[in-house]
Structures are given as structure tokens and as C-alpha cells.
Design a protein around this ligand. Structure first.
Ligand code: ZN
Length: 487
């Protein structure tokens, strides 16, 4: 009986010691950081470094930006800052390491080459789980004039109200058996990823063994957990860290209660023969079909009319988009516009007028690349930059994502924090440039719940739209946004 008591006492003493040590550590780590900032602010050196921090759209999180315009070795660094010191110190120490590694490499290069140059970029993406848990995915990339490049993804986690920084072990209940199951699930997903076919190294399994460290880089959304794995898994160096995403509902039993998905066990309802609208956006999804069963069980009120979602891609366009807005307004029709970030930047007023007219805003990447062929860090950049631009210009968030060419795989799905929306009616307006053919295609393919693809960058699309709207109205369709369609 005495033993446990002594143990508790020892534990207590240890906790005090650890807390003291931690507080000391914070002071030691934070003081050089503070000095540095002061030095930078009262700058009189040749290369100017600026540090600025702004509120993010996420409550309790600021974005700190550090820029150096040094001609030979410029850098742009962004990282999150919270109200929790321990978290801030962890992030800052990582950032400082990345910066000093970069500068060290520049020094090494100077010894071998004359006038070397290099560049460092660090940016991050924020994801939030409904429990409040933030995942910050920090992408650090550098390149040098000798042709060498370097890229790493590192994740940080924070619960904004408690300050908890959950590791993957916390997420999996600290249960080694859960880790073993997870490891085999990740392996399955990796093998099935078409973009990684024939690209796995001979000893890739080594990096998927059930060790916490193999799965330490992760992010949590309401739908999925995303892993950024060891780059040594793949032979193709341009891929960087391969990304695997598992739906939370598929690993529900492994998760700490706060992270469990409510969708895991669909409740059986009485027989219900009402025709379920097909989900065109999911038509390339081959597995995970058990989860789509819950759609059948959703007791939506019986729609008064058939519904159709009109979507316009690749804009905004200063001549065509306003015409399309006019026609939609006359028919009191709401649509979804999948915009390119680069064009939103170029035509902010046109983008803003789409928002003011009450349409849904969608993200269609910055430059329209085929994402399946891009390394993950570039994919993150394409999506993130565009979302930021759309929100900055219109004051409204993009709420759906459409990958260019409809090219998508598990990896891309894992990266997007917005629902991915494809289409089932392709008007081919970009190909034939014939207003009459648009109506023809719509007549042939549209059914209740359809998503129609058009482009608001062709005059011929604007010319054909009136007839399309009139036809669909006469057929009893009402016009909804893609999000309304999937409600
Ligand atoms: Zn497009």
C-alpha cells in the first residue's frame, strides 16, 4: 500500500521539475528571438529584413511574415503564431533551423562557386477539425544556383483553447495496436494511388513500419487524416513527401474520441423509394463505397422541383463574365464560378461582382495545371494561393474546388480542404464554340441533380446561355449552387 503513494509523490516531484525546466527553456529559447526582432526593426544593415504579423481568418492565429531582400540569398518566410508560448517556440525554433540551414548551405556554396545565389520560401496551410484542433502544414523549399533544391513538409498541431499539441500518438489513443492497423491502411492507400504506380522504392515498406515517427507529419480535417510520408518511399525525387489521405470514418475505431467521425455508422431508416440524385462529383471514386450509403439514408425534404447546378470555369473574364451575370439575374438563377487565382488577381472587380450577385465561389487553382502531375507542395500552393486571393478580393471564401481537367486522385483529395466538385454534363463549349450545340448537349445529358460544365471566358457561351436557361426552366428545373445540391 505504501508503494503507490511513494510513486505518486515521485511523479509529483518530477512534474514540478519538468515544469520548471520547461519554463527555463522557454526563457532561454525566447530571449535570442526577441533580440533578433529588435535588431531587425532598427535596421541599418545592407540587406533589409522585414517582419510583420497580421490576423489570419482563423481565430487566435496570426500569420508572421519575414522577408529578406538580400540580392544573393533572398527569403520569404510565413509561419503561424498563437497565444500559446510553447507552440510559438516550437514553430519558431523550426523556422530558425530552416533559415540557418539555408544560410549555411549558401556559405558552403560560396567556397566552391563564385557568386552563388539561392532562395528560401516557407509557407503554411491551416486546416481545422471541428473539435477545434488546428493542423498547420509548413512547406519549406529552397533552391540554389548549383541546381540543388530542397523541400520539406512539417506539421504543427494546436488546440487553440487548451494549448494542447496533439501528436499522432495522441490521435490514435497511444495504442500500439492502432498504430499497426494504421500503418497497413496507409500502405494499402499508397499502393493504390495511381500517381505513384511504379514509383515506390524497393525498401519503401521500411518507412511505413508501425513507428510513431513514420507518421508524425499529419493533418486533420473534418473528413480525413492526411499523412506526409518519408520521401525515401518514392523513386521520383520531384514528388517529395508522398501524401496519403484516409477518411476518418474508415479508421474511426482507431481514433481518440474527439476525432471520431459521426458518419461512421449509417443508421438504417425505413424503406424509402424516392430516387436518389446521383452524385456526379464522386463518379471517379471506386472504393469507400460503404460511406456513400449514408446519402441514401438522408431524409431530405422532397424537392419541389428538379434541381441543376450551373458551373462556369476558368474566369473571371471582363467581357464575358458580366454578360453571364446579367442573364443569370434575369432568370433569378444562382450558379457556381470556379475561378483561376491568377485571373482573380488580374480582374478583381469582375470577381467581386460575381460574389455580389450572390453566386457560389469556387477555386480552380492559380494557373490551371494538371495537379496529378505536380508535387504535393506545388499543389498546396496552387490551391492555397487561389483561396487567399478569392477571399481577399471578394471577402468571401471559396467553398468548392474543381481540379483543372477534372484530374484528381486520392493524393489531391487529401490536400483539398474544400469538397471536390466535378461535373456530369459537359457542354464542350470550349471546343465547338457553337451556342446551339451547348443547348443540344444540355438536352441530351441533364437529369435531376446534374452539374453542368461551361466556361465564362467564351463569348459563344454567353450567347448560348439564354436558351439553356429557358429550356431548363420549362423542364421544371430550379438552379442551385453545387453546395446546395450536395446539402
Ligand atoms: Zn478549367
Amino acid at each position: 500500500m505504501r508503494k503507490p503513494r511513494r510513486k505518486i509523490w515521485i511523479d509529483f516531484a518530477f512534474s514540478i521539475a519538468i515544469i520548471t525546466l520547461t519554463i527555463t527553456a522557454i526563457f532561454i529559447i525566447s530571449s535570442p528571438g526577441l533580440k533578433k526582432e529588435q535588431k531587425n526593426n532598427s535596421t541599418n544593415a545592407t540587406a533589409s529584413v522585414s517582419i510583420e504579423s497580421i490576423e489570419s481568418t482563423y481565430p487566435g492565429i496570426k500569420i508572421v511574415t519575414e522577408m529578406s531582400n538580400d540580392k544573393k540569398a533572398p527569403y520569404a518566410i510565413q509561419y503561424p503564431q498563437s497565444t500559446h508560448n510553447l507552440f510559438n517556440e516550437k514553430v519558431l525554433s523550426y523556422i530558425n533551423d530552416e533559415r540557418s540551414n539555408f544560410l549555411k548551405r549558401m556559405d558552403q556554396l560560396k567556397k566552391i562557386k563564385k557568386d552563388p545565389t539561392g532562395e528560401l520560401n516557407i509557407s503554411f496551410e491551416t486546416m481545422q477539425h471541428k473539435s477545434g484542433h488546428y493542423s498547420f502544414v509548413v512547406v519549406s523549399g529552397s533552391n540554389f544556383s548549383d541546381g540543388k533544391t530542397h523541400m520539406t513538409i512539417h506539421s504543427f498541431h494546436l488546440h487553440p483553447s487548451t494549448g494542447a499539441m496533439h501528436t499522432i500518438a495522441d490521435v490514435l489513443n497511444r495504442d500500439p495496436e492502432n498504430l499497426t492497423i494504421l500503418s497497413s491502411r496507409v500502405k494499402e492507400a499508397l499502393i493504390e494511388d495511381p500517381s505513384l504506380q511504379n514509383k515506390l522504392t524497393d525498401d519503401y515498406e521500411k518507412w511505413l513500419e508501425p513507428l510513431w515517427s513514420n507518421f508524425s507529419e499529419y493533418a486533420l480535417t473534418d473528413e480525413a487524416i492526411i499523412f506526409y510520408l518519408n520521401p525515401q518511399i518514392v523513386t521520383d525525387r520531384t514528388i517529395g513527401q508522398p501524401i496519403v489521405s484516409l477518411s476518418l470514418s474508415s479508421i474511426n475505431s482507431l481514433l481518440l474520441k474527439t476525432y471520431q467521425s459521426e458518419e461512421a455508422a449509417p443508421v438504417k431508416t425505413d424503406e424509402h423509394t424516392e430516387k436518389k440524385p446521383e452524385k456526379p462529383s464522386q463518379n471517379d471514386n471506386t472504393k469507400d463505397d460503404q460511406t456513400s450509403e449514408d446519402n441514401m439514408n438522408s431524409h431530405a425534404e422532397k424537392p419541389v422541383s428538379k434541381r441543376v447546378a450551373l458551373t462556369f470555369d476558368d474566369g473571371p473574364e471582363p467581357k464575358v463574365t458580366p454578360q453571364i451575370l446579367d442573364i443569370l439575374k434575369r432568370h433569378d438563377a444562382k450558379a457556381t464560378f470556379f475561378m483561376l487565382g491568377s485571373r482573380v488577381e488580374y480582374y478583381p472587380d469582375v470577381a467581386a461582382s460575381v460574389q455580389q450577385a450572390g453566386h457560389e465561389l469556387g477555386n480552380h487553382t492559380w494557373n490551371h495545371p494538371n495537379l496529378v502531375k505536380l508535387p504535393s507542395a506545388r499543389v498546396i500552393d496552387e490551391i492555397q494561393k487561389t483561396s487567399r486571393m478569392i477571399e481577399e478580393v471578394t471577402g468571401q471564401k471559396a467553398t468548392a474546388f474543381r481540379p483543372p481537367y477534372g484530374a484528381v486522385n486520392q493524393r489531391i483529395r487529401g490536400i483539398s480542404d474544400m469538397p471536390i466538385v466535378l461535373w456530369d454534363v459537359d457542354t464542350l463549349d470550349w471546343q465547338h464554340h457553337d451556342p446551339k450545340k451547348i443547348l443540344e448537349k444540355v438536352k441530351q445529358q441533364t437529369k435531376d441533380g446534374s452539374i453542368i460544365l461551361m466556361h465564362d471566358i467564351h463569348q459563344t457561351t454567353a450567347d448560348g446561355l439564354e436558351a439553356v436557361l429557358t429550356y431548363l426552366e420549362n423542364e421544371g428545373y430550379s438552379f442551385v449552387t453545387v453546395s446546395e445540391l450536395h446539402e
